[in-house]
Design a protein around this ligand. Sequence first.
Ligand code: MTE
Ligand code: MO
Length: 486
Amino acid sequence: MLALVAALAAGHLVAAFISVNASPYLAVGNGAIDLTPVWLKEFAVRSFGTHDKLVLLSGMAAVLVVAAAVAGLVSRHSPWPGTLVIGVFGLVGLFAVYERPDLDAIALLAPWASLVVGVVVFPAVYRASGIRKDASRRSILVGVLAGSALAAVGGQLLGSAKNAAASRAAVGRLVPARTAPAIPADADFANLGTPPFLTPNTGFYRVDTALTVPQVRTEDWSLRVHGMVGRERRYRYADIRNRPLVERTITMTCVSNEVGGPYVSTANFVGVDLADLLEEAGVQPGAEQLFSSSVDGWTSGTPVSAALDRGRGAMLALGMNGEPLPLEHGFPARLVIPGLYGYVSATKWVTDLEVTTWQAKRAYWLRRGWGEQAPIKTGSRIDTPKGFANVPAGKVRAAGIAWAQHTGIGKVEVRVDNGPWQEATLSRQVTVDTWRMWWCELIVPPGSHQISCRATDLSGYTQTGDRAGTVPDGATGWHTVTFTAK
Ligand SMILES: Nc1nc2c(c(=O)[nH]1)N[C@H]1C(S)=C(S)[C@@H](COP(=O)(O)O)O[C@H]1N2
Ligand SMILES: [Mo]
């Protein structure tokens, strides 16, 4: 275990000079995320939500501790089994870093450091543990432990000196030339149990494959626009920031959102029209897909038509709710496209836009069994009463949200058990790209009951009651809540 700690710490220290993602422990974790089958990823998101990454890192730690303990036990008579095990771990780390799309060859120095330290320290510690004199044996073991701790802490401190927080603080206020219309007071029914209309940045849902938040400083960032274009373009942060900025209120939704789930939030995004950038590059005929890449290697494919459609208002966003984008929401720049699920439209930490065809390139989740086209499905959720709540019998107030981005919500209906559908009161519509809140009063006799809701959008489509899972292009079915009236 000591040798393992020393090896990991050495890798972490060397990684600090290159990129946190070169740290073999994190690289293996990131590799595991990319290899995770869809069903397991769905299970992890469902069971652990945003803590899924902590669960993964802890699980890896548990596996390593057990493996190291076993390797130590089988090495009682010879150092070779333990050296072999730590060597194999080292190779796994090396391979994981090699496979990262966002790392150069120099990053291999970090897992090499781990490998070398591991296979050197294990036999040394092994020999030390055979020393008769307690004092010198202890001082060697304590020395290794102290050295590892220093390397790990040093790596952490050095690595965070390169983080993007200071760069974000230096951005200052992003003042839009065209502000979004003010949110009217009757846009939500927060006092009746709906969420607030604008989701605070700290409460905005977060979904990504990044084990550690990518640290991109504005001074290092650029966006390349290339592929099927007349002339390739490259923008620096100031090139974007110094343009007249536009602000739009947009509700984002994740395709992994289960019926009744939490992955839907609304913010004021500030940025520029994606169509402006694409037109400056000159999109060639025959282009179908806007293939966007993040600094961490994640990719997304958007229909070029949606990106170019002025009426839709696709954005390259720099800001969110009056601040530069929070690091975990894509600082310094991300895509936001109303009406499409995040995995086909909302690339965070975006650095590359390639105009191409569907045939030529397949994005991250498309390769893992999700759909190519993924418009957000009309949906609704009950926020009040909560599942398994106890409420006084008689008049019961229900409240919640509904969304049909880029179409707009026309009606929400609610029913108790299998009774008639009753129309709910809707909040004032802010734009067709944002959610709408609803509430209604129901008469409920004592006992256990279920309420369900369904939305009808402005195209006249009413949510189907047929249940479908999130794979491949979004869940369907009515959200139903069971509660007791007393
Ligand atoms: N770089 C990167 N961008 C990404 C993702 C990701 O995994 N990596 N996930 C996408 C998905 S699936 C969604 S739903 C949205 C979520 O954006 P948020 O975390 O800001 O809410 O980001 C999208 N952009
Ligand atoms: Mo998503």
